[in-house]
Design a protein around this ligand. Sequence first.
Ligand SMILES: [Zn+2]
Length: 79
Amino acid sequence: MRRETEKSLLCNGCGRKLIRENRIYREDFVDLRKKWGYFSRKDTQNHRLILCEDCYDRLTGLLVLPPQIEEETELLSIG
Ligand SMILES: [Zn+2]
């Protein structure tokens, strides 16, 4: 009998279930967590937002300023 150890994640933007095989997500996504503080209208609330890459692109396209982007050089050590 197969048992899920963690609830599967749904994209908040499109409602699609993120693909996961052997407990590893087969696609990358945004996992935004925010603990709202005193100077907000959501004080004491913890919010979490999951966005698939398509929804991330769609939503960031609506922003006045685009996200800050830095290229990361991936270093693979061999041996
Ligand atoms: Zn989505």
